[in-house]
Design a binder for this molecule. Structure first.
Ligand code: PLP
Length: 411
C-alpha cells in the first residue's frame, strides 16, 4: 500500500484525519502555538473569512490584483504608524521574521557595496540575537560577529562598539530577544551606529505588535522603534503578537531610499520584468488579507486591551511562581515567564510539567530555566498552570516520578 491513494478519499475521511491529527496540538497547554489567537472567537472568524475570500490570491501578481496591493500598502501604513515611522518610512509584507531579517541585512549589504565596501562584510550583534541572523549572514556571505551580552543579559553596548571595525557594515539589537525576553538598549546601540555610519536593524519580531500597546497599557517599555534616531530597518511579525495567521511579517525601513537597497533585483525574462520585493515569489494573499483584517478589526483600543490582559496574566503567573517554595521567576520585559529553581533540578520540574501536558520550552544558558509564553488569557489557564507546577515541584522534591512521567518515559 502506498500513501498516495490511487483514488482520492472522501471529504469526510480527510476531515476526520485532520481532526485526529490536530488533537495532540489542541491538547498542549502553553507555548507559542497560537499567540493568543484563541482569545476571541470573532477574531478567529474574521481570519477564516479572509482566508475564504483570498484563498487562491497570490500577491506576486501585485498590479493585476489591485485590491491585494491596496491591502498591502494599507497594512504597511498601519505598521509604520504603530512603530512611529516618519512620512518617508515604508516596507513590505514577508512570509516571516526570518525573511524580514534576511531582507534588512540584504539592504545593509547592498548599501555597503554601493559605497565600495568589501570584500569582508561584518554584522555586529549580541549573542542573544535570533538564529535567523546567522542564517541570513550565511546566505548573504556576511560574517556575524556575536558579542556576549552583559550580566543583565542585554546587549553589551560598549563591547559591541569595540567590536566594530573597518569591515563592519551593520549593527543589530532585539526588542526583545527571544531567549530572555529582554530589550537591548536600542537607543544606545543606534547612537553607536549613527556615530560609525552603520546600518542599524531592530529585530522587533516579538515586540513589534505587542510592546507599543503594552506601553500604552502602562507597563514600562523602552523606546525601540523609528522614534529612535539611527534605526534604519525593523522586523515585526504579524503572525506573532499581531494575532495574524501564519505566514505574515513586516520589514520596515526608515525611508524609501533604504528600502530600495533591500529590494530584490528586478529580472528580465521572457514574460517581461519580474519584480518582487524580497526572497519569496508567490506570497499568500490569504494571510496578507487576514493580517490586514485583524489590524482593522481590533484597532488601537483592541490591541491595548489585549496587551493589558496579557501582561496582567503574566504578572499573576510571576507572583504565583514566586510563591511556590523552591521556585522563582526571572524578570522579563514582555509576555514570557521564565522560571526555575536554585534548589531542585529545574529540568526535572520541566519534565514533570511536560508529563502533565504542558508545552515546556527550555533555556540552557546561562543557567537552566523554563519558559512559558503568555498566550492564554483566562484565569483558569493561570490557576491550572500554578496547581500543576506546585504538584510538579513536590514530585521532584520528593524524588518521585508521577504516573504521568512514568507513562511519558515509557515511549
Ligand atoms: C526575536 C525573534 N526574531 C526572529 C524570529 C524568526 O521569526 P520566524 O520564525 O517567523 O521566521 C523569531 C521567532 O520566534 C524571534 O523570536
Amino acid at each position: 500500500m502506498t500513501l498516495f491513494p490511487e483514488h482520492g478519499l472522501s471529504r469526510s475521511e480527510i476531515e476526520a484525519a485532520l481532526d485526529a491529527a490536530s488533537v495532540d496540538h489542541d491538547a498542549l497547554r502553553g507555548g507559542p502555538a497560537s499567540f493568543s489567537l484563541e482569545v476571541d472567537e470573532d477574531l478567529q472568524g474574521v481570519i477564516l473569512h479572509a482566508f475564504g475570500r483570498f484563498l487562491t490570491h497570490n500577491a506576486v501578481f501585485g498590479e493585476s490584483l489591485p485590491s491585494l496591493s491596496t491591502m498591502e500598502a494599507e497594512l504597511i501604513a498601519m505598521a509604520v504608524e504603530i512603530l512611529r515611522g516618519g512620512p518617508e518610512a515604508t516596507g513590505f509584507v514577508t512570509l516571516g521574521g526570518s525573511e524580514s531579517i534576511f531582507t534588512a541585512l540584504h539592504g545593509a549589504r547592498t548599501r555597503a557595496r554601493s559605497r565600495g565596501h568589501g570584500p569582508v562584510y561584518e554584522v555586529v550583534c549580541p549573542e542573544t540575537i535570533h538564529p535567523a541572523f546567522a542564517k541570513a549572514c550565511h546566505y548573504l556571505g556576511l560574517d556575524l560577529v556575536a558579542i556576549p551580552p552583559g550580566e543583565d543579559l542585554r546587549a553589551d553596548v560598549a563591547a559591541m562598539e569595540r567590536a566594530c571595525g573597518p569591515a563592519t557594515i551593520a549593527m543589530c539589537g532585539s526588542a526583545p530577544q527571544w531567549p530572555h525576553h529582554r530589550f537591548d538598549e536600542i537607543g544606545a546601540l543606534a547612537a553607536v551606529a549613527v556615530e560609525k555610519d552603520l546600518w542599524f536593524h531592530v529585530d522587533a519580531c516579538v515586540g513589534g505588535y505587542l510592546a507599543p500597546f503594552v506601553a500604552e497599557a502602562g507597563w514600562p517599555i523602552p523606546d525601540f522603534d523609528f522614534s529612535v534616531p539611527g534605526v534604519c530597518s525593523l522586523s515585526a511579525d504579524l503572525h506573532k503578537w499581531g494575532y495574524a495567521a501564519k505566514p505574515a511579517s513586516t520589514v520596515l525601513f526608515a525611508s524609501e531610499e533604504l528600502a530600495e537597497f533591500a529590494k530584490a533585483p528586478a529580472v528580465d525574462w521572457d514574460c517581461g520584468v519580474y519584480v518582487t520585493p524580497s526572497v519569496a515569489g508567490t506570497r499568500p494573499g490569504a494571510s496578507l488579507a487576514a493580517a490586514w483584517s485583524v489590524l482593522r478589526y481590533l484597532g488601537r483600543d483592541g490591541f491595548v486591551e489585549l496587551a493589558r490582559r496579557t501582561m496582567t496574566v503574566r504578572d499573576r503567573l510571576v507572583d504565583g511562581i514566586d510563591a511556590i517554595d523552591g521556585m522563582s521567576s526571572r524578570s522579563t520585559d514582555l509576555a514570557m515567564v521564565i522560571y526555575g529553581s536554585d534548589t531542585l533540578d529545574t529540568m526535572a520540574v520541566g519534565d514533570a510539567m511536560e508529563a502533565k501536558g504542558w508545552l515546556v520550552m527550555r533555556l540552557i544558558a546561562p543557567t537552566p530555566q523554563l519558559q512559558l509564553l503568555v498566550d492564554r488569557l483566562s484565569d483558569e489557564f493561570v490557576d491550572a498552570f500554578l496547581v500543576d507546577l506546585e504538584a510538579a515541584v513536590a514530585e521532584v522534591a520528593a524524588g518521585r516520578r508521577s504516573p504521568e512521567m512514568q507513562r511519558a518515559s515509557a515511549y
